[in-house]
Design a protein around this ligand. Structure first.
Ligand code: B1M
Length: 231
């Protein structure tokens, strides 16, 4: 006999299959650096009410990781990697506005965020900025390749509670330490918490350069920011 439970389980299985399917297709579209298809799939995510964060992190992000490994292995060339990044950026513009918004109208704190000087990787940083905004922080995004002086000037201008720095290259991670040192010299370090993140960054690196915290991904950056500000 077919019971109610049978149908409930069938519906759950169907949902899992549908979500695995859209994530797989997003993943493949990025790996094939197909800008048009990736954008179409991002629109499908919105139209079907699929979780935009899952689509960003497990669909687009995972696809970029795969193509990054192919690039490292010499299987693809830089223009292909750039097209994959373009596909992700255009899709992010569609998915970001659909991220759940913060519930309180009062902001939890001000965050100045940027990718450090010499580093043009801005996809992860943009996701972190979007998640912080969606969770009630007032975010000032300085973009990528941000000179140390720009971080410091923005701290003077908006007096943020937190500075977030992102680096994707081992060669640019040192710029995080430079920003912290310049803040110290300007007598501003005591007024602001510093969070660092990005693929080559670790908790050990954060400790070494005197940052207040390391966040592994966009969700962690929200938890860490709240914790630092006792929210
Ligand atoms: Co480049 N690239 N890239 N790249 N690229 C990497 C980083 C690399 C690991 C690829 C590889 O060789 N496997 C390698 C770095 C090697 C190293 O230093 N260890 C590399 C290289 C070498 C380069 C060039 C030097 C290539 C060249 O020109 N020969 C060049 C550098 C130019 C420069 O910056 N001066 C370059 C260029 C590019 C593109 C322009 C083509 C493009 C960037 C486009 C853009 O961002 N607008 C690009 C891309 C796309 C990548 C990979 C494939 C993907 C990066 C990404 O966006 N990931 C990357 C390989 C990889 O990571 N596997 C690679 C998805 C994103 C969601 O993840 O950025 O890690 P991620 O962000 C995460 C977390 O790290 C964290 O949260 C995010 C969301 O979960 N996070 C934070 C990030 N910032 C945070 C801040 C926080 C908290 C958490 O608090 C403030």
């Amino acid at each position: 006999m077919i019971t109610l439970n049978f149908w409930r389980e069938a519906i759950v299985r169907e949902d899992v299959l549908v979500s695995e399917d859209i994530l797989k297709r997003l993943n493949e579209a990025v790996v094939k650096y197909d800008v048009e298809l990736t954008v179409e799939l991002a629109k499908e995510v919105i139209a079907t009410g699929f979780d935009p964060l899952k689509a960003i992190e497990q669909g687009l992000g995972e696809g970029l990781r795969v193509i990054g490994d192919e690039f490292e292995a010499g299987e693809i060339f830089l223009p292909m990697l750039m097209m994959a990044a373009q596909a992700v950026k255009e899709s992010l513009a569609i998915l970001e506005p659909a991220l759940p918004k913060g519930t309180s109208r009062k902001t939890l704190g001000k965050v100045v965020i940027g990718t450090v000087e010499g580093d043009i990787h801005d996809i992860g940083k943009t996701i972190v900025a979007a998640m912080l905004t969606a969770n009630g922080f007032e975010v000032y995004d300085l973009g990528c390749d941000t000179p140390t002086s720009k971080f410091v000037d923005k701290v003077k201008e908006v007096k943020p509670d937190i500075i977030g720095m992102s680096a994707l290259l081992t060669t640019t991670m040192t710029k995080m330490a430079e920003v912290i040192n310049v803040l110290k010299k300007a007598g501003l370090r005591g007024n602001v918490k510093v969070i660092v993140g990005g693929a080559p960054v670790s908790a050990a690196w954060a400790e070494k350069i005197g940052a207040d915290a390391y966040a592994e991904d966009a969700i962690a950056s929200v938890d860490v920011s709240k914790k630092l500000l006792d929210k």
